[in-house]
Design a protein around this ligand. Structure first.
Ligand code: GLP
Length: 241
């Protein structure tokens, strides 16, 4: 693991954007694994600015998102699909045919998980962007007794529901279930960028990076990956370096 300590959120976002931009410039047909949450917003803003400056072309890039709430329609403002459109896809020349997000409205969840796994096999991810939940989740892989390899449905942890209540007005409005890419798919990405911002992430980040590898801290599995870049601001990295 390489750990990059950025002075602040803007510097963290710029560092992450450098890695993603390099991948797109090197191979415009690359596959980017993207994440939602507040943490990567600065990364997306930086990529949009580079697109607007003519530095990046996303017309052939494939996008594969990590997760989506179950029961929230794609056009609902709280869906991860809407989030990605709002903050990134609609602001660059991403082609809709290249945008992939699990369908949380699928009637047959098992079939949707299979479809997503097949898609991931067809488009191996070059750079996977990750945030980290307060319980150590990546995507929506919540703490549990085993690492689940493929795309699957999850029950959201109470801490995740409470952290995401800010988007839904109140905890009772937060969906209880989600579809997420599995740990095996995340680990198959060639390069992983784990972004962390803020003092409230310091403790879980230290447990994920320095603690035992355990499915009770899902992000700890990243210790076993050959090319993980942890990019955090000074407060998130306070317990590490
Ligand atoms: C959600 C997403 C995760 C994200 C996490 C942290 O649960 N499913 O992919 O990493 O939130 O979000 P934030 O960056 O807002 O702290």
């Amino acid at each position: 693991m390489r750990i990059y300590k950025a002075a602040d959120y803007a510097a963290m976002s710029k560092l992450a954007s450098d890695v993603v931009a390099a991948a797109v410039i090197k191979d415009p047909c690359c596959a980017l694994g993207l994440a939602t949450g507040s943490t990567p917003l600065g990364l997306y803003a930086s990529l949009v600015a580079r697109y607007e400056a003519g530095e990046l072309d996303f017309s052939r890039t494939v996008f594969v998102n990590l997760d989506e709430y179950i029961g929230v329609a794609a056009d609902d403002p709280n869906s991860y699909c809407s989030f990605m459109q709002r903050h990134f896809f609609s602001a660059v020349n991403a082609r809709s045919v290249n945008i992939n997000i699990p369908n949380g409205m699928a009637d047959d969840t098992a079939a949707e998980c299979r479809r997503y796994d097949e898609l991931l096999e067809a488009h191996p991810v070059d750079v996977q962007v990750l945030g980290i939940g307060h319980d150590g989740h990546i995507g929506f892989n919540e703490p549990g007794d085993a690492f689940v390899p493929g795309t699957h449905a999850v029950e959201l942890d109470a801490r995740t529901i409470s952290a995401n209540a800010r988007f839904f007005g109140a905890e009772e409005n937060v969906p209880r279930r989600a579809l997420t890419m599995g740990i095996g798919s995340i680990m198959r990405a060639r390069t992983i960028l784990l972004l962390a911002y803020g003092a409230d992430k310091a403790e879980i980040l230290a447990r994920a990076i320095r603690g035992p590898v355990t499915p009770h801290v899902p992000a700890s599995v990243l210790q076993l990956h050959a090319d993980v870049r942890v990019i955090g601001d000074a407060t998130a990295l306070a317990e590490l370096i």
